[in-house]
Design a protein around this ligand. Structure first.
Ligand code: PLP
Length: 781
């Protein structure tokens, strides 16, 4: 980087009195300057991608977080820009005020962002396609212990990291409405490579200034009750994680970005090759969950209606082009669309889905597949279109996201498909990018790793961390590691004080559970365990308890009543333990506000204990578990998702595993009776009864009683204690106490375990995941 010209361009974009510039102005000037400096580089890389077989990653969510620091790091200009800021009397840390681009809910969207980073770094031609939501995931605050939601107007002060490309605009046709899809491109810079990926996010706009033919205000208001206006389509991200809403606007969103992305792919291909006959030789499309699966009939529609291919040929091409990643085994998350809705909004797509279903049935008849089975796998069942079944039929590869998850898919959710097409199934255990999740968020630990390894090439080769295992018994190394962890804990404590107004003791153990709030993730189990420890300290059965700060970060879907009740309950438990003089110095509970990628960066670096306590068989993989491991936290968790592989890599003796396993639950669940567990165990009865015994308050909503009833009597379609909290809690508390006890008994021995977790995190680099997808699924290089 030419520092002089950087400073000139940068300051040229600032107000004359540089010191008066707001963080937003600094960010805008910095972003635009960097984008300009690397524009040519990006444009070359784009052309390079188009000249090869390439991958397109279609995802309804890209949880990219804050771009500025990461871009400076991966472009190798962080220190220079930092120095330039200082010389100008500015502080790069002021850009902490810049909002995250929270264009995703959680793990699925963050995975997409990590994948693009890895592909760019590995020099692979992979580009992302998604939606440019005007409002990302809501901003959360905690008011009186309850979640409050505010809109997330993330582009309010501009978005210097995106470039609008009007020339690539696509028209999207719904029945009775045509809208424009205008792409905004974000560069995804690889770390120490020439390669740059592109994340193309589509924004919906009206074709004309007014796309409705009503003129007076009353008519307008009447019409707006009915009509979804063009801009509405990309207005807001649905805040549901792992549940299917089945709403019309959501279907419009799915079709919107699927159609726009495929049109873009087809246009570029035709411009270069003059034919689509070889399309499948040059493009591989990954469907991130079922949200983009409407791309399958859409590709066929374009090939048949616009390009003159037969349906059979188009279907054959689709089968070569698409691949499907499944992210969940939970029934309530499997997407289904009502036939009448699809027919009303997208009649031609509906007709093609019927044809795909007929083709599937014809294949089944030829193979003499029994009727019970064809009834189960057909795409249209009754009046519902099953998106996962369409994806399985028209894809080359189907993958789960951790070993156990892929096994469960084969055994249960997709077992019919597995028996028909076993060769299509693969496992691709998820990963995280080490650029953001250690090099950026833990510069102190990264510098130390670099010092020990002699160079920083490990940032592109995470397996090299294994070489550090030889220091596991070197007390000097462990002491340095502890000092760094301590520094990160202090930084987090300072941040929590500033951001959430809560004092915490950085000398205490940091036990952290950060992830979306969901019953299956069992934050309620964690809260119960804290109460259990509280009662144990009070009655003297728990002695010498080492002071521990239990930190939670989680957003609940705004309409998910029970999850919101759990947030309030956690805060109420926190109030109880801190009001009591017997425990206030020993237990602290913090529920941080607005957990997002930037907050996660601070939390993972500071954790001692990583809580990964989902009911076995429910968490497909998890990626938060990997971020925490990489930063040297031990896992306190169940045998679920990637926890199993984490323990395989880092050693069971260095982690804290508890609870019923999948095979055990299969036997237990049919007979499980939460009421007899409740009645037969004094402590379980005591902590669960806290929901109704008046020790905590739900503000009179009755929500705590509802939680209580869900555990003992069942609720909606779920059996009592569907997620087995009461069954696992004793083992959980004992394991947790052992873990905290180990920390306080011998900090060095505990640090050794933490260290070995970090050393063995190499497998969980998304570089490994992406290299595997590239070789075995996409065939790109
Ligand atoms: C990594 C990440 C997640 C996923 O966490 P899990 O523990 O795997 O569910 C969710 N939200 C954010 C902000 C993340 O960074």
């Amino acid at each position: 980087m030419d520092k002089k010209s950087f400073v000139e361009k940068f300051t040229g974009r600032l107000p004359r009195d540089i010191k008066s510039a707001t963080p937003q102005q600094l960010h805008d000037a910095l972003g635009k300057t960097v984008m300009e400096m690397f524009a040519e580089h990006w444009s070359n890389a784009r052309q390079e991608h188009l000249s090869k077989r390439r991958g397109a990653y279609l995802s309804m969510e890209f949880l990219v977080g804050r771009a500025v620091y990461n871009n400076l790091l991966v472009l190798g200009i962080y220190d220079e820009v930092d120095a330039a800021f200082k010389e100008l009397g500015l502080d790069l840390a002021d850009l902490e005020e810049i909002e995250d681009a929270a264009l995703g809910n959680g793990g699925l969207g963050r995975l997409a962002a990590c994948f693009l980073d890895s592909a760019a770094t590995l020099g692979l031609p992979l580009d992302g396609y998604g939606i440019r939501y005007k409002y990302g995931l809501f901003k959360q605050s905690i008011v009186d212990g309850f979640q409050r939601e505010d809109i997330d107007d993330w582009t309010k002060y501009g978005d210097p990291w995106s470039v609008r490309c009007d020339e690539d605009t696509v028209l999207i046709e719904y029945s009775g409405q045509t809208v424009k899809a205008v792409p905004y491109d974000m560069p995804v810079f690889g770390f120490r490579t020439e390669n740059v990926g592109t994340l193309r996010l589509w924004q919906a706009e009206p074709v004309k200034e007014f796309d409705f033919d009503v003129f007076n205000k009353q008519d307008y208001l009447e019409a707006s009750k009915e009509k979804i206006f063009a801009e509405d389509i990309s207005r807001v991200l649905y805040p549901n994680d792992d549940t299917d809403e089945g709403k019309k606007l959501r279907l419009k969103q799915q079709y919107f970005f699927s159609c726009a992305s495929l049109t873009d792919i087809i246009r570029k291909h035709k411009a270069r090759y003059g034919t689509l006959d070889n399309l499948a030789d040059y493009i591989s499309v990954q469907l991130n969950d079922t949200h983009p699966v409407i791309s399958i009939p859409e590709l066929i529609r374009q090939l048949v209606d616009n390009e003159g291919y037969t349906f059979e040929k188009a279907l054959e091409m689709a089968k070569r082009i698409f691949n499907y990643t499944n992210h969940t085994v939970m029934q309530e998350a499997l997407e289904k669309w009502r036939t009448d809705l699809v027919e009303e909004l997208l009649p031609r797509i509906y007709a093609i889905i019927i044809q795909i279903n007929e083709a599937l049935m014809a294949d089944m008849y030829s193979a003499n597949v029994p009727r019970e089975k064809t009834d189960r796998i057909k795409i249209i069942k009754g009046d519902l279109i099953h998106m996962a079944d369409m994806a399985c039929y028209a894809s080359s590869h189907i993958n789960g996201v951790a070993e156990i998850h892929t096994q469960i898919l084969k055994d249960t959710v997709l077992s019919d498909w597995f028996s028909l097409y076993p060769q299509r199934f693969r496992n691709e255990t998820n990963g995280i990018t080490q650029r953001r999740w250690i090099a950026l968020c833990n510069r102190e630990l990264s510098a130390y790793i670099t010092e020990l390894l002699g160079d920083d090439n490990w940032i592109n080769d995470l397996d090299r961390l294994k070489e550090l295992a030889k220091y596991a018994d070197d007390e000097n190394v462990l002491r340095r590691f502890i000092d760094i962890k301590q520094a990160k804990k202090q930084q987090l404590a300072d941040f929590i004080k500033a951001h959430d107004g809560i004092d915490i003791d950085a000398e205490s153990v940091f036990d952290i559970q950060i992830k979306r709030l969901h019953e299956y993730k069992r934050q309620l189990l964690n809260a119960f365990s804290i109460l259990w420890i509280y009662y144990g300290i009070k009655d003297g059965s728990i002695k010498d308890f080492k002071s521990t700060t239990f930190i939670f970060g989680a957003k609940s879907a705004p309409g998910y009543r029970r999850a919101k009740a759990i947030i309030k309950f956690i805060n109420e438990v926190g109030r109880v333990v801190s009001e009591d003089p017997d425990t206030r110095d020993l237990i602290k509970v913090v529920f941080v506000q607005n957990y997002n990628v930037s907050y996660a960066e601070k939390l993972v670096a500071a954790a001692d204990i990583s809580e990964q306590i989902s009911t076995a068989g429910t968490e497909a993989s998890g990626t938060g578990n990997m971020k925490l491991m990489l930063n040297g936290a031990v896992t306190l968790g169940t045998y679920d998702g990637a926890n199993i592989e984490i323990v395989q890599e880092a050693g069971e003796e260095n982690n804290y595993i508890f609870g019923a396993r999948v095979e055990e639950l299969e036997k237990i669940v049919p007979e499980y009776d939460s009421r007899s567990v409740f009645a037969g165990d004094d402590m379980i009865r005591r902590v669960v009864s806290s929901l109704i015994d008046g020790i905590v308050s739900d503000g009179g909503s009755g929500d705590f009683r509802e939680l209580y009833m869900a555990l003992l009597d069942g609720a909606s379609w779920h059996a009592p204690d569907h997620y087995y909290l009461l069954g696992d809690i004793r083992d959980y508390v004992e394991t947790k106490l052992r873990c905290i006890g180990d920390y306080s008994a011998d900090r060095i021995a505990f640090a050794r375990r933490q260290w070995l977790n970090m050393c063995n995190a190499g497998k969980f680099s998304s570089d490994r995941t992406i290299a595997d997808y590239a070789e075995n699924i996409w065939g790109i290089r």
